[in-house]
Design a protein around this ligand. Structure first.
Ligand SMILES: Cc1ncc(COP(=O)(O)O)c(C=O)c1O
Length: 371
């Protein structure tokens, strides 16, 4: 699905030197590379504070702890997402409230979001799924009206631009009070292990979240908050500093691959290609098709026989996962999500796809569907 080795080989001298420099400096934790990466990412995103942490899941958890959410508070999120979004809500004994997504863009349905608000609702977590932003102008407007916090899950969309109603352009993760991202290796900005970050323009919140990520201390051994241990290590930061310089070029390569797929599959009645949110750019973390009138599992097997990988993100909706069984929800409650879970299939999407690769993949898909 991704080709991280070829991507590395293109920037190998820079990466190898940066990693070796960290090793010889022996500043493995919270060294100068972490601070430099933080400052460079703040500049790239146009946000006041970036708080690096250990992974995207921790970023979401620290965000919710930073906002002071209390057990029983309701947090609304999309039913079609990676489990991490709902996992941290449940872990903190908050109440995950799921709402359906928009069929075309797979992001939270603003109408369903507003309907799900109760007096106990404290926050909403829109997920910028597969690489483009949820309808953030509407999400922000509803959240403001009901006095809710907005935590953007930008794990899959770092670098995407969103045009606000006043014409200003903001980066994914910098629109709500807090944005969270992941630097998992296959993410658009991926390191060579685990990593994550939290973004905010709020000075007080930034200070608190930085403390929480560091055992609740800002002065060593003085713990003002109950915190966690969540650090981005210096080797990962060194890798990320280099890859950040290439992030826009990586997004362009992904868009080029997506345009190739779009053209190859245009007008095929069995395929729906990914819709574009008019106010967001797309950074194509995934290129996800809907297959209608054919068995997508058979398609996947057919492609696998040709050594073409394909993945199903996500096969089971959150409300039908064993761990998230909840008497409030039953099969049929989120028809869009349930239908997506039955028909989505993601094709290889990364920065190193050649025209020959793209032709081979798209011909494989078409050969199966035209049988
Ligand atoms: C939408 C979404 N949220 C959160 C996460 C969690 O990130 P991590 O794997 O770094 O904990 C991921 C990544 O897998 C994700 O795709």
């Amino acid at each position: 699905m991704v080709d991280l080795l070829s991507q590395y080989e293109k920037i190998k001298p820079e990466i190898d030197k940066a990693v070796l420099d960290v090793i010889t400096s022996s500043a493995y934790i919270n060294g100068p590379e972490v601070k430099a990466f933080q400052a460079e990412l703040e500049k790239y995103l146009g946000v006041k504070h970036v708080i690096p942490c250990a992974n995207g899941t921790d970023a979401l958890q620290i965000a919710m702890m930073g906002l002071g959410l209390q057990p029983g508070d309701e947090v609304i999120t999309a039913s079609f997402t990676y489990v991490a979004t709902a996992e941290v809500i449940a872990l903190l004994q908050l109440r995950p409230v799921l709402v359906d997504v928009i069929p075309g863009t797979f992001t939270i349905d603003p109408v369903a979001f507003e309907k799900a608000i109760t007096p106990k609702t404290k926050a909403v977590v829109p997920v910028h799924l597969f690489g483009q932003c949820a309808e953030m102008d509407r999400v922000m407007e509803i959240a403001k009206k009901h006095n809710l916090f907005v935590i953007e899950d930008a794990a899959q969309a770092i670098g995407a631009d969103y045009t606000m109603p006043d014409g200003s352009v903001k980066k994914a993760g910098t629109i709500g009070q807090i944005g969270c991202t992941s630097f998992f290796p296959s993410k658009n900005l991926g390191c060579f292990g685990d990593g994550g970050a939290i973004f905010t323009n709020d000075d007080t919140l930034a200070k608190k979240m930085r403390m929480i990520a560091n055992h609740g201390q800002s002065i060593q051994y003085y713990h003002d908050e109950i915190g966690v241990n969540s650090r981005l290590d210096s080797i990962q930061a060194a890798v990320l500093r280099i890859k950040l310089r290439h992030l826009d070029e990586y997004a362009a390569a992904r868009n080029k691959a997506a345009a190739h797929y779009d053209k190859a599959f245009a007008n095929n009645p069995k395929i729906t290609t990914p819709a574009r949110e008019s106010k967001s750019t797309h950074v194509f973390h995934q290129y996800t098709l809907l297959i209608n009138g054919a068995d997508r599992n058979e398609l996947r097997e057919f492609l696998a026989a040709k050594s073409i990988p394909a993945m199903i993100y996500y096969p089971v909706p959150l409300h039908m996962q064993k761990a998230y069984t909840d008497s409030r929800y039953k099969e049929g409650d989120f028809p869009v999500t349930e239908s997506l879970c039955k028909s989505v299939i993601s094709l290889p999407m990364h920065t190193e796809l050649s025209t020959a690769d793209l032709e081979r993949i798209s011909s494989g898909v078409l050969e199966f569907l035209n049988k």
